[in-house]
Design a protein around this ligand. Structure first.
Ligand code: C5P
Length: 443
């Protein structure tokens, strides 16, 4: 998507700082074709609307992260937001003018609110208050933030933030459903301690999570997973031995849950089938909690048909052939537990005669010859892509926040740099979106 490009003379107050909002080659008939073919290398531009709330301070971190990534950011503060963060701070971090007032004649002459809403590749509202979401859902336009949301022709991402009661109120949920139907993407909120002292859902998504959704959307704003049905497995499975013991593994579910969240951000319909983890349920995904591999398989098969399946769960390869009804006692003799193999969920989905997903993605957790073993696994399981990662103890991948993966498909191997699991999830969701778009064009 080629965004409207500002002429140098259009820059408010002549700002054209390198890497800034207006730092783009102006389009002329001569260079138009060139700028279309190199669209991805241009500086991407985000219009960040900060609405009122204690979480406004987190947007300062988001601005810094965006700038670190070379993404230009121009900010709009609602009047309430100015009580929490000052335009001076926001302007210093973004390196651009900050807009706050719909009725400023100077601003309107230099940069009308319609242009403001369109001179970006993406509009992000973080934090998004219940009030601003309600206005946007109902098409109100009585201040600069709501007017921009009504006037923009660009994708919009919202990061809601509010008290848990406000979040759970049917009115808020209705408004979000309306916005989702209008194509607005959402990231968060997360569960946790809220500024009001209560505990629950409503905490704005962490800046890194918002950044990952932004990057996925900017990767190719014309690519979306809207209405694409996806299934994600995540976490470990636990295979009971007796009423108090089980066979399990160290999987935290962080990577699988982040993938589910990233797919939701691109508009996909997501069913997450997860083993026991400490990770909160991703908002706007259908979440099925299971314990054993057999339960996971049953939940996955019940979810078919889907367009995309991502098997990120660390499924226990074995289970005890019999489960003791009572706690097994120490008898002085070593007990032998007979193991039987668990069903291979990834293999079953890949080989499904009926309802095979268009794209099946597996993970390969390896501790040696990572890429070689993963290549073999892709062929053995019959999936389309394998995401290989090294889970040796020293890598800290199991339970950690970062990962380094190799994406293996029919064409070869892509080695991705080490990054947070959230960032990897965003990149993977964007790759899936692009693959699905190509498959539908080919079909
Ligand atoms: O554990 P392993 O590295 O073999 O897992 C490879 C892939 O197979 C992963 O995507 C995992 O989710 C999947 N798997 C599965 N069912 C199993 C074992 C693994 O779906 N029983």
């Amino acid at each position: 998507m080629i965004p409207a490009v500002a002429k140098a003379t259009d820059a408010p107050y002549g700002k054209t700082c390198p890497g800034g909002f207006n730092d783009r080659t102006p389009e002329t008939p001569d260079n138009q074709a060139h700028s279309i073919s190199t669209g991805m290398t241009d500086t991407k531009r985000v219009l960040l609307i900060i609405s009122g709330g204690i979480a406004a301070y987190k947007s300062l971190t988001l601005i810094r992260r965006l700038k670190e990534r070379g993404i230009a950011v121009r900010c709009v503060l609602s009047v309430a937001a100015t009580k929490f963060v000052t335009p001076l701070t926001v302007g210093a971090l973004s390196g651009d003018k900050v807009y706050t007032d719909l009725f400023s004649l100077t601003d309107e002459q230099a940069m009308g609110h319609i242009r403001l809403s369109r001179e970006a590749d993406l509009v992000v509202v973080a934090p998004a208050s219940a009030d601003l979401l309600a206005k946007a859902a109902n098409g109100l336009a009585d201040d600069l933030a709501s007017t921009i949301l009504l006037a923009t022709d660009k994708p919009v991402l919202v990061a809601p933030s509010m008290n848990v009661e406000m979040w759970e109120h049917p009115a808020t949920q209705r408004n979000l459903a309306t916005l989702a139907a209008d194509g607005v993407r959402q990231v968060g909120p997360e569960r946790g301690d809220l500024a009001c002292g209560e505990l629950g859902a409503g905490r704005v998504a962490e800046p890194d999570h918002i950044l990952s959704s932004i990057e996925a959307l900017l990767e190719d704003t014309s690519t979306s997973l809207r209405s694409v049905r996806t299934l994600v497995t995540s976490g470990p499975t636990q295979e009971p031995i007796d009423p108090v013991r089980y066979l399990g593994n160290y999987s935290s579910g962080k990577q699988g849950h982040a993938i589910a969240q990233a797919l939701v951000s691109l508009g996909a319909e997501v069913t997450l089938v997860t083993g026991p983890t400490k990770e909160p349920d991703p908002p706007n995904a259908r979440v099925i909690h299971i314990q054993t591999a057999e339960e996971m398989l049953a939940a996955c098969l019940k979810t078919l048909p889907v367009d995309v399946a991502v098997c990120a769960a660390a499924v226990s390869d074995w289970r005890a052939s019999v489960q003791a009804n009572q706690k097994m006692k120490r008898s002085g003799n070593i007990q032998h537990i007979e193991l039987v193999e668990n069903p291979d969920i990834l293999g079953r989905l890949s080989a499904a005669q009926l309802n095979r997903p268009t794209l099946v993605v597996g993970f390969a957790a390896e501790t040696e010859s990572v890429v070689e073993n993963a290549k073999k696994k892709r062929l053995a399981k019959g999936c389309d892509w394998i995401i290989a990662n090294d889970v040796s103890h020293e890598t800290g991948v199991f339970g950690g926040t970062h990962n380094r993966v190799h994406v293996i498909d029919e064409a070869g191997v892509e080695n991705w740099p080490s990054a947070s699991k959230v960032t990897i999830a965003g990149r993977l969701a964007a790759r899936i979106a692009s693959e699905i778009a190509h498959k539908s064009i080919d079909a």
